[in-house]
Design a protein around this ligand. Structure first.
Ligand code: FEO
Length: 165
């Protein structure tokens, strides 16, 4: 059985992961309108991963006989600027998520909830990967700038991202 405190915190994180999916769907649509189909594809795949993050937490909560409380998902912004700004905002968002995951991890230790701690370890590692991947995209975008052929080359590379099995 999971504690009410941990249950609430996990339900909040589930909502945040769902919001992340919403945000990346919106950003992907924005890139699509700019004709950057590769960046749009990358963000669409990322949105799918965020939904998977939410579902993984839902399964964990249910395995612990917790109560799933799905909440309304906030509407994402509709304007994001150019592609560089899109990915800067993605990185900032992921850094915020890392803080939330770290706080959840702290809570699991305070609560002596070892099962949650072990599950959350996966999220701690995942955030390292998320920040690293997005950070690399931001670095590449800064290197090529938003004018000229470089950004179209990057766009074609982003189109190759595969969904995780
Ligand atoms: Fe689910 Fe991008 O963190």
């Amino acid at each position: 059985m999971i504690s009410p405190t941990m249950q609430n915190a996990l339900n909040t994180q589930i909502n945040l992961e769902q919001y992340s999916a919403q945000l990346y769907l919106a950003m992907g649509a924005h890139c699509e309108t700019l004709s950057f189909k590769g960046f749009a594809h990358w963000l669409r795949v990322q949105a799918g991963e965020e939904t998977a993050h939410a579902v993984k937490l839902i399964d964990f909560l249910l395995d612990r006989k917790g109560k799933l409380e799905l909440k309304p998902i906030a509407a994402p912004p509709q304007e994001f600027g150019g592609v560089i700004q899109v990915f800067e905002q993605t990185l900032a968002h992921e850094m915020g998520i890392t803080q939330k995951i770290n706080a959840l991890f702290d809570l699991s230790r305070t609560e002596k909830d070892y099962a949650s701690e072990i599950t959350l370890q996966w999220y701690v590692s995942e955030q390292v990967e998320e920040e690293s991947n997005v950070g690399q995209v931001v670095d590449h975008l800064h290197a090529v700038g938003d004018q000229g052929g470089g950004i179209w080359y990057l766009d074609s590379r982003m189109a190759k991202r595969m969904a995780k099995a």
